[in-house]
Design a protein around this ligand. Structure first.
Ligand code: CA
Length: 219
């Protein structure tokens, strides 16, 4: 998925791009309003992170023009401006959400997922890849529309993998996502979990990448 980062602050922009790429996004970075406009006009973005204070053309103008063109790409406004008026204006102009700097990356990523889900027409909290859908609120998994029950640990494992379809998670990363501090983890715990899940979900759902870990394929 591609994200457009419109941010003129070099440090914020660079760290955003690095973090987004680390989270599995493909990030394009522009530093001025007009460049944001033309990138948006080219299309193809799943989400836009828009600084309001951009050179040459303000972020609010970029947003206004995009919405007037009928561009419905989800936009999260990033603003250092501690003014209610700016945030209200951004939302009124068609921003889907906003974050005040400085913000936590985890919160930004969660908000990105949320605006993308909403734009996809999914009011509830489904995440997934291809035939595999995970409902984060009810904790159910659907495989080709068929519902399967998962244990809490199976759910946590699948959730970790589905957050970044295609990315490989190591045994240690998966253990960290599943087991709390002080919990006894046997050396083959992950293998046992995945073996059980393959029997429920199908052998092809979770792929082993020899020596590296496991992943679900990106849709
Ligand atoms: Ca700025």
């Amino acid at each position: 998925m591609r994200v457009l980062v419109a941010e003129d602050d070099e440090m914020i922009g660079a760290s955003l791009v690095q973090a987004l790429e680390g989270a599995g996004w493909s990030a394009d970075w522009v530093r001025t309003g007009p460049l944001a406009q033309s990138a948006l006009a080219d299309g193809g973005y799943t989400c836009v992170l828009l600084d309001l204070g951009l050179p040459a053309q303000d972020g609010t103008e970029v947003l206004r023009c995009a919405r007037q063109r009928g561009d419905t790409t989800p936009v999260i406004v990033l603003t250092a401006r501690d003014r209610l008026d700016d945030r209200v204006l951004g939302l009124d102009l068609g921003a889907d959400d906003y974050l005040r700097k400085p913000f936590e990356l985890r919160e930004l990523l969660a908000r990105m997922r949320a605006v993308v889900r909403r734009r996809d027409g999914s009011a509830h909290s489904l995440i997934g890849s291809g035939a595999l859908q995970l409902d984060l609120s009810t904790r159910e998994v659907f495989v080709n529309g068929r519902r399967e029950a998962l244990t809490a640990r199976e759910f946590a494992l699948l959730h970790a993998l589905l957050e970044r379809p295609g990315a490989i998670l190591s045994r240690e990363q998966l253990e960290n996502r599943i087991y709390g501090w002080g919990e006894e983890v046997t050396s083959n715990a992950i293998d046992v979990l995945i073996h059980g899940m393959r029997r429920k979900l199908g052998a092809e759902v979770i792929r082993n990448v020899r020596g590296l870990g496991w992943r679900v394929l990106a849709a």
